[in-house]
Design a protein around this ligand. Structure first.
Ligand SMILES: Nc1ncnc2c1ncn2[C@@H]1O[C@H](COP(=O)(O)OP(=O)(O)OP(=O)(O)O)[C@@H](O)[C@H]1O
Ligand SMILES: [Mg+2]
Length: 430
């Protein structure tokens, strides 16, 4: 199995990233060796929610010369008496706030990138911190968002989540034209200076500047100013093939999720980046006192649920459907949520050809309504089951770059690789 690194981010704090990252990692460990890394290095949140004794953490990695894999903590017998989660391990951030670890500089971030790339695992889940600084953006995949978590009735969190998408894409565009990149050198000799191009990127990213409204407008302007240089098509394809994945946490209803979370999210992306972006809903976690209580007890929900199932206490699940029927239902949902590219077998309810933003909104609405139809009665565990089924579907059916990353890239590493991949040889493009 190819290793996948999947960051969990939200932009805003307190929306449920850590709870989601922990429970997701526990679920994924059923399918392969999974390591959860606490990259919210200032708040030591994972160690507060998993009540396990920790021998080494990121303090030992940064201050005592330990290798990252020596800082992995496994679940103790008390949390996992049957060793049902022996494929799961986590790397905690330090017990107390240590400024240099809470605010890693570029060297230390690069050290972490190398170490995460070196971890021997099938899945590496990164719990990122709130905000949009390099401690978040350096760890995002290059062709997709990983998983964004946001929550209905929290407008600032929705805006912050769409800003993550923007930051991820602009970071990539900036790298192409960054001082020292082969593209920068090439344009230094041409008609449009790289300084001018970087100025245009600034204007496109700045929401207060309307001259170049978004990334699409930047691409259009670049086409005109560079006489349709192949590098511009490369930028356009970055947008075309970029994938956005989100999970709604504290789901309560379709109406409030759509009106207060999905709609503003999609509109922000359309207005400030591009309406062409491919956005997929990977499911929701319901608003749940029980889920919250598990965090308070320092025994993650999935562990408690597992223990409960093993104790043969009847769970709230309905009678199981036949496998064939489940597969058909899921395929249908994957089509509606944009995970499956082929046309859905049933026509979506609302077919309309309107503006690209309206089309994107309609498809998101159709997706969540279809999910609700089949999943409204599902409990927290089944919420995770569905999300895992989507993720496994993405692993199996898509290009590696479509979901997560197989490795993280340090500044300057990606562009030469992109150029080589695209043209076989940098010189043919430049
Ligand atoms: N689906 C849910 N239902 C009820 N409570 C939830 C749910 N998800 C998270 N919570 C609660 O919300 C609080 C914040 O969750 P969590 O710590 O996972 O968020 P976070 O995004 O990681 O926050 P931070 O940005 O501070 O790291 C916790 O008390 C958690 O128990
Ligand atoms: Mg957190």
């Amino acid at each position: 199995m190819t290793k996948r690194i999947i960051p969990i981010s939200s932009g805003k704090g307190g929306v449920g990233k850590t709870s989601f990252a922990i429970n997701l990692a526990l679920c994924l460990s059923k399918f392969g060796k999974t390591i959860l890394v606490d990259l919210d290095t200032g708040t030591s949140s994972i160690r507060n929610v998993i009540g396990a004794p920790i021998r080494r953490d990121l303090y030992h990695f940064y201050k005592k010369g330990a290798n990252l894999d020596e800082c992995i903590t496994s679940l103790p017998m008390i949390l996992d008496p049957e060793r049902a989660f022996s494929n799961f391990g986590f790397i905690a951030s330090p017990l107390h706030m240590i400024n240099s670890i809470a605010n890693l500089d570029q060297n230390d971030r690069n050290k972490m990138i190398d170490a995460v790339n070196g971890l021997k695992a099938d899945f590496v889940i990164l719990d990122l911190r709130a905000g949009l600084d390099p401690l978040v953006t350096d760890f995002l995949p290059h062709s997709n968002t990983g998983i964004l978590v946001f929550t209905p009735n929290h407008p600032a969190a929705t805006l912050a989540a769409s800003d993550i998408v923007k930051a991820a894409l602009f970071r990539k565009v900036r790298e192409v034209f960054h001082v020292g990149s082969p593209v920068y050198d090439y344009f230094s000799r041409g008609a449009v200076s790289p300084e001018r191009i970087n100025e245009m990127i600034d204007i496109a990213e700045d929401v207060y500047e309307h001259e170049i409204a978004n990334l699409d407008a930047f691409i259009e302007r670049m086409r005109e100013e560079t006489n349709d240089h192949p590098v511009v098509q490369m930028i356009s394809d970055m947008v075309e093939f970029f994938r956005v994945y989100y999970v709604l946490n504290r789901f309560d209803s379709v109406e409030s999720s759509f009106d207060t979370a999905i709609k503003p999210f999609v509109e922000n992306i359309s207005d400030n980046i591009s309406p062409r972006l491919n956005i997929s809903n990977l499911g929701w976690i319901m608003e749940s006192k029980r889920y919250h209580q598990c965090n308070m007890d320092s025994v993650p929900y999935i562990l408690q649920h597992h223990a409960k199932m093993n104790a043969n206490i009847p769970s709230e699940t309905e009678a199981p459907k036949s496998k064939k029927k489940i597969d058909r239902d899921l395929e249908e949902l994957y089509a509606l949520t944009g995970l499956r590219k082929e046309k859905p077998t049933k026509r979506p309810k609302k077919v309309a050809k309107k503006s690209p933003t309206e089309d994107a909104l309609i498809s998101q609405l159709n997706a969540i309504e279809a999910m609700y139809k089949t999943k409204k009665k599902e409990n927290e565990f089944e919420n995770f089951e569905y999300i895992i089924s989507c993720i496994r579907y993405l692993f199996e059916s898509k290009r590696l770059a479509d979901f997560g990353d197989t490795r993280l890239f340090k500044k300057g590493e990606l562009v030469p690789l992109l150029l080589r991949k695209r043209m076989g040889n940098t010189n043919t493009m430049l």
